[in-house]
Design a protein around this ligand. Sequence first.
Ligand SMILES: Nc1ncnc2c1ncn2[C@@H]1O[C@H](COP(=O)(O)OP(=O)(O)OP(=O)(O)O)[C@@H](O)[C@H]1O
Length: 588
Amino acid sequence: MTVAPPVEAARAKPAAPARPGHRALLALLRPQRGRMAAGVVVGLAGSVLGLAQPLAAKRVVDDMGRGHPAAGPVLLLSLLVVAGAVLAGLGYYVLQCSAESVVRTARSRLAHRLLRLRVPVVENTEPGDLIARLTSDTTLLRQTAPLAVSAAVNGTLVTVATVVMMGLLDPVLLCATLAVVAFVGVLVAVVAPRIGRATRDTQDAVGHLGAALERALGAFRTVKASGAERQETEALERAAELARRTGVRAAAWESVSATATAVVLQICFLVVLGLGGARVASGATGVSTLVAFLLYLFALAPRIGQVVEGLSQFQVASAAAARLSEAEGLAAERVEGAADPGPPVAVAFREVCFAYPRSGARPVHRGVSFEIPARGLTAFVGPSGAGKTTLLSLIERFYEPGSGRVLLDGEDVRHWPLARLRARIGYVEQDAPVLAGTLRDNLAFGTASCAEADIARVLRLTRLDEVTARLPEGLDTTVGHRGCRLSGGERQRVAVARALLRRPGLLLLDEATSQLDAANEAALRDTISAAARDTTVLVVAHRLSTVTTADRIVVMEEGRVRAVGPHRELMARDELYASLARTQLLKS
Ligand SMILES: Nc1ncnc2c1ncn2[C@@H]1O[C@H](COP(=O)(O)OP(=O)(O)OP(=O)(O)O)[C@@H](O)[C@H]1O
């Protein structure tokens, strides 16, 4: 048997430290660098045509001043305007397309990661926040990344080119312009990081908002029955208010930078107009040169604005990229690889000690040991909190023991490839959730292909055939959140049917019959007993009535195995078991 790659340690914090925002953003953009470069180059070509426009305008003014016909220069100017606009639009479109691809890749990578996160990581994270990262952060990335890129490259290059052209026209007037550019540079250096921080806080607050909503919708009936709508609304409002406050902070810094840039450029325009007028009057420069210079200045103002806006957007996109990188760094499992169900599995625990992370190291298991042969029905009973469900989590390797070993077929579960391990197991969890989709989807969930006859067989075994016959579209009826509601007992039977359909070598049932009526419980008990003839079945049970016929019963107390044996034997020799049986009015 091959040794599985080690599962990364359970952490709520990322497994790898998240990259700084700008590095995370560049890493996301890198695969699209070719397309982005094409977009930038096309946009740049449009800008170059834009740069030629003042010169063409100068030519028009000069020709008209000299009384020459200006039709040719006017036509050239018109062509430059139209071609420049078309190329700028095309460049923007190409950049947007590449941004969509960047976001698509980021979303699929994150989705891939999120569904492979380790159970303890998800239990210590707000699902709503993870959802916000996949939806709102990636959307933010799409909205801001192309702007940031085009500003960084196109805006900067065109600004430099414009400045050069202005220097060629009139170096004195250029000095006034450069003072402005320098001031805007200082402004950006001060303000941009603040925009980044405020955006990060806003996105975190949006994550909290998602988490608060997820909490309320996850227990919607309880919220209503407890009259807690107001309390939960307040939690949502607090998160919304936090998002507003941090959003306003980001907006304030963005408007400081935009307003200051606009004002400074206006001042610059007035200075150039005054100084330029004086230079024209003194004969140091010509009117057409001043017109061309002013046209460049007009063109420069939005370029500088674009660079400033782009750098702000770069901060925003970096904040979103940092949150994506953080989520991608969360500890995940490697569950790739095809795996098939196999023969019945023997299970053994050897001196297993375990404490949940974040439970203050309070041990749940304190040296649990038992041996269960392949095939047969084994029940785990004991007081609430004794650690019965946790046994199943350790077998599925949702968690790993602090010490001791969990063995399947004599092999430590840590050495089983996860996909292979879980393919051998059918697991019915306590809450028996139904997924949104048809009943057929729910039954075949996680099973690559299953024949109609197999589905019919498990429906019969779990007595779901009667339920299916009542549903409007039979197996193809939508169940779950937006479809037909199934009762608790029906949900449990669907979960058992799903597990049986996998033909597992090991069937783990956690309180799988707790919500069934007496007739269905007895029927399912027979089904489980029949399954136990061909496979290993472990059942966690509260009601001893459901397990008295088990091949062996493991009695647990305070994280230890207290006794193991069949019902009659335990009645005679284990006080705790006998007292549990007495409280449940069982007869030996
Ligand atoms: N995900 C978790 N994180 C932290 N503590 C947990 C977690 N799940 C269970 N516990 C704690 O571990 C202890 C054992 O829980 P477990 O569910 O294994 O007991 P159990 O015997 O199955 O109880 P019950 O019969 O009530 O279902 C309990 O004190 C419980 O609070």
